[in-house]
Design a protein around this ligand. Sequence first.
Ligand code: SF4
Length: 256
Amino acid sequence: MITVWSYSKLSTWTRCPAQFRFRYLEQAPVESVGAALLLGSAVHHGVQLIHSRRKLGLAVGLAEIQGSVTSFLEASVRHAEAPVEYPKTHTTLSATLDLSRRLIETYLAQGPSGEVVVTELELTHPIAWLPGLKLTGVVDRIESDEQGGLRVVELKTASKRLSQAELDASDQVTIYALLLDLAGYPGVKLRYEVLTKAKRPHLLTMDTVRTPNHETRLLERIDQVSRAVASGVFPRVVAPQTCRGCAYRKRCGVSG
Ligand code: SF4
């Protein structure tokens, strides 16, 4: 029985309900670890370090942050619970480390200047409309905006530019907006920082808004998915773009 819902659970179920079953219900060991995932975590680590230092009024040195990201990524690969799979764009650890350094350099060169209020804020709240269920999420950063209000900033590392429509439709910041609303901070502004893993990385800052309609649709969706999970409905969604990066291909019986 899943009672605590997060963006990760919802998006996994949307991608492939069978993958959801392997990951969250059976807690099956993964058969591979995506290097892109490890890279994303390492860059997140570096960006959080940048903002933690900014919050404390400390200097942020490029070489120091890159060094920390390198150590983080090397340790992640060393301790990965399954063989690491590298994508075509960075096929070795060395190429992945090089990309991580360029991403951090780009972020620092183009990075934001808002005053940091808090980083890595974990929020969990019961959902009054769905008895027995809770919603949880970890907000990357909250900063004060130009008008003195609060703004949630979510970093995404992406292999291509994300469209405004994609970001406007994402459940991720809808969850943050709802959690902050429930915690007594309604109407926070919402921003994505999209760091693109191109040969020459670039950082795009994109604002988005959420309305009560978004929140209603999110709650309806959690209700539907939790009912589907409770009734044991886990169809496989066999598609090259999802199965290629799936960590349960053998278990599922999908090869390639
Ligand atoms: S291999 Fe494909 S169909 Fe099977 S669980 Fe993974 S994503 Fe779903």
